[in-house]
Design a protein around this ligand. Sequence first.
Ligand SMILES: *[C@@H]1O[C@H](CO)[C@@H](O)[C@H](O)[C@H]1NC(C)=O
Ligand SMILES: *[C@@H]1O[C@H](CO)[C@@H](O)[C@H](O)[C@H]1NC(C)=O
Ligand SMILES: *[C@@H]1O[C@H](CO)[C@@H](O)[C@H](O)[C@H]1NC(C)=O
Length: 377
Amino acid sequence: MKPAILLVGTAAAAAAAVDSVLARMASSYIQRPVRQSWGYDEATLYFGLQASLLHTQDEAVVAWLRNQIDAVVLGDGSIKDFNHTYYSLDNYRIANNYLWWYERTGEDKFKIAADSIRAQLNRHPRTPLGGFWHRQPNYPNQMWLDGIFMADNFYAKWTSLFDADNTTAWDDIVGQYDLIDSRTHRLSSNLRVHGYDESKVAVWADDFDGRSPLVWSRALGWYAVSLVDLLGDFPKTHPGYERLLGYFQSVGNGLKRSIDDGGWWLVMDFPGRDRNYLESSASAMFTYALLKGVRLGYLPASYQATADKAFETLVDRWVTENEDGTLNWEGTVEVGSLNSNASFEYYVSVPIQQNDHRGGGAFLLAAYEAEVRSKQD
Ligand SMILES: *[C@@H]1O[C@H](CO)[C@@H](O)[C@H](O)[C@H]1NC(C)=O
Ligand SMILES: *[C@@H]1O[C@H](CO)[C@@H](O)[C@H](O)[C@H]1NC(C)=O
Ligand SMILES: *[C@@H]1O[C@H](CO)[C@@H](O)[C@H](O)[C@H]1NC(C)=O
């Protein structure tokens, strides 16, 4: 789709916001059935839809979100079909949505639900160095970049709202980033590999520090989004703040160096290799992180052109239109897991799906930032 409407960058563009690709994509997603679950994929879509509301104030989106979450958070604040002794970071991400609803409505049930996830974090199993396991029992002693997005933004948001003086919690949060960054940072490119196994027993773990071999773009996308959002919630007076900013700037540098034809490769180690391709969910997450990073001054203004080009590519390459006027989001890989041999062959063997919630959610975030930008000019 041609991105013309959005990049006009005038007051007229602002006036046209109701018809923007952001509004249209949000409205398209709520016209399709979405599982009423606490899964992180739904949570990512809801996160994007919530961002869209900052521009559109579309009451139909609010009502739809409410209907979705009421099926998950019951009247007494319990979470439907949720197992509080099954420790999977993926299942914590949606607690950000509980907090969003609590801040919006003040209803106790959302606070109760959020608190139950916060309490679960205190019991979540950890590596010897203190990192949250990606999942018990499946991934002992493993930290994945994905898990940082799943758990630590909620941990920080909850702490900022209800426990801001708890230095132990802030130390623990920054500690998660310190640990995974030190183990996954590839110094030559400033990219990060997918994860590491502190016990070094996974088939993919290297003998020296347990790291997985390749840079899978969506995992790095989760990490980039997590960092850019965390910087808004993490106390600037805490000594860890500068380190977090440094990780984000380093990732930003890696992204600026690795953008190719406006997007980013699925397996970032092998640009252009046969069966590799530019992947849409990671490209959307990187675009959001870069646009927001420049807007908030975390990244130099010299990154703006890269971010703008990336957004134009998202719309051009991965937004398609149906005859009824609804929009689709294309080109998102279904999954990429370290429950695999973590090889190039594995990552490229996973199918692509249309209207994926993680890809679409990330696109809404990027489109939100692009609209902020178009109004600034
Ligand atoms: C919750 O998960 C734990 C760990 O997998 C399992 O042992 C337990 O049986 C589950 N409980 C329910 C009610 O499914
Ligand atoms: C502060 O945070 C730590 C780390 O998460 C937690 O163990 C502790 O219970 C919290 N303290 C209070 C008073 O909530
Ligand atoms: C890794 O797994 C993929 C399938 O996911 C397979 O095609 C490939 O041969 C495996 N590689 C090794 C070295 O086992």
